[in-house]
Design a protein around this ligand. Structure first.
Ligand code: GDP
Length: 456
């Protein structure tokens, strides 16, 4: 924590500007050592200053820059911070950074700037985690949810829950430790009500978990169907109506035909399983295996049939495989004479929703979007809600604390000794504390910040 750290804070590659960020005690000294003023200026707190970065050891000018010094603690890390806006050239950034390191800074680890903001008490742990989500958000909605968490929306709800738990703990402890004093005795009835109320608060938050995760991480939609039924038309239709997410998705390889787009603000990864078949090994069996794998990994399957043709053996093969799954069946080409009866399909795939479409005309796209939205929101949560729990770490901690309170409630119902109830309530208090970084150990903190990118 005593080191002064530095890193490139902007994305790698060419750009108008690229920023080197420095944080720690030596920030200003380092800047003064490498900065050459233009005219008669001095470095003033929070004033952007024009000048040059110069290596005084050899007199070489590295770049023409704008630099700013921000005195702590009202900064990102709560320490003294310097930001140097170089030209967005990898050469300039590399040379400037190495000069900064030579003058006494150490290269920052991924997430270290945000970690310092947390360790210095400027933000709590759930806010720090939200920084990653803000940076990585792919749709307006996931950005809103992340920003609300960064602003402390989730933290303040968790703090409310913890305050209630603390009040309850105090009541219980007082009754255990000073049973003879003249204090209001806690009744089991009151205990039941209080525990239940807090459990409800946690449950309410947990009810947003499934939607929250899908909005944050996106959903994987596999498209199934034999050749020529209209799979490409569907993909094109969805891409036309919605917006493609242009960024590459980390961790995905290009051997699956995958398109990333946004449907009603939900990040969606469309996987054409026929494409998997065609692009994979010539051995057909492997192709089929890969398609099955895509089905198994998908959150949602869209199965397309050609309504103008009789059901073929290939359709039957897919139906057989999809039988148990909940999927969306499109009977396409409804503009042509129909040879498929939807009642028959309904009998074969009883868990599915069936829509008749004419994808060539974009007819049916809206219903498909409705189905995706229904899957994500389950009809329960309105789109406008932006306080959601969407982080697996938070979801697990909330689930565990909810279970602890359930146990406490059961004991209160059975009129068991207060000491036992106290243990479970205390456990719930500690678990919820871990969400915001109170009562967490170093391992968890290191785990959280390891997920950051460099310069954050
Ligand atoms: P894919 O092989 O499953 O990707 O199918 P395509 O999307 O490439 O479509 C195959 C053929 O069917 C193309 O000639 C399309 O123009 C046609 N097609 C797709 N959807 C419809 C539709 O709704 N009605 C009609 N009449 N033709 C369609």
């Amino acid at each position: 924590m005593d080191d002064t750290i530095a890193a490139v804070a902007t994305a790698y590659g060419e750009g108008g500007i690229g920023i080197i960020r420095i944080s720690g005690e030596k920030s200003l000294d380092i800047l003064e050592e490498i900065f050459e003023f233009h005219g008669i200026e001095e470095i003033v707190n929070r004033r952007m200053t024009y000048g040059k970065i110069v290596d005084r050891d050899n007199g070489q000018t590295i770049d023409e820059v704008l630099a700013v010094y921000m005195k702590g603690p009202a900064t990102y890390t709560a320490e003294d911070v310097v930001e140097i806006n170089c030209h967005g050239s990898t050469v300039s950034l590399r040379k400037t950074l190495s000069l900064v390191l030579r003058k006494g800074a150490r290269l920052a680890e991924p997430g270290e700037f945000t970690k310092r903001a947390f360790l210095n008490g400027r933000i709590d742990l759930s806010q720090a985690e939200a920084v990653i989500d803000v940076v990585k958000a792919k749709t307006d909605k996931s950005f809103d949810v992340a920003l609300s968490q960064l602003e402390g929306g989730l933290s303040s709800y968790i703090r409310d829950i913890r305050q209630n738990l603390l009040d309850l703990l105090v009541d219980i402890t007082v009754n255990i430790d000073y049973p003879d004093e003249d204090i209001e005795e806690i009744t089991y009835d009151k205990l039941e009500i209080n525990i239940k109320q807090i459990g409800d608060m946690i449950e309410k938050l947990l009810s947003t978990a499934s939607s929250g995760r899908m909005i944050r991480e996106g959903i994987r939609v596999a498209i199934a169907g034999k050749p020529n039924v209209g799979k490409s038309s569907l993909m094109n239709g969805l891409l036309r109506e919605t917006r493609a997410i242009v960024t590459e998705i980390p961790g995905t390889t290009r051997d699956t035909i995958e398109e990333a787009l946004s449907i009603r603000n939900i990040p969606v990864y469309l996987i054409d399983t026929a494409g998997i078949r065609e692009t994979s090994d010539k051995v057909e069996k492997l192709g089929i295996e890969k398609s099955k794998e895509a089905f198994n990994n998908a959150d949602f399957i869209i199965f397309i049939m050609d309504g103008s043709e009789e059901i073929s053996s290939e359709d039957e093969e897919i139906i057989e495989y999809l039988k148990e799954r909940k999927c969306l069946v499109l009977i396409n080409k409804k503009d042509l004479e129909q040879k498929i009866d939807s009642v028959q399909i309904r009998n074969m795939l009883p868990n599915s929703q069936i829509i008749k479409t004419s994808l060539i005309n974009g007819d049916g796209i809206e219903e498909i979007e409705n189905a995706v939205e229904e899957l994500v929101y389950g009809g329960e949560i309105t789109q406008s809600e932006s306080m959601m729990v969407n982080n697996v770490r938070h979801i697990n901690l909330l689930t565990d604390s909810f279970n602890s309170l359930e146990d406490a409630l059961q004991m209160a119902v059975n009129r068991e000794a207060l000491d036992f109830i106290e243990i479970d309530v205390k456990n719930a208090y500690e678990l919820t504390g871990e969400i915001i970084g109170e009562s967490v150990n170093d391992d968890i903190i290191n785990e959280v910040f390891a997920r950051f990118c460099l310069g954050k």
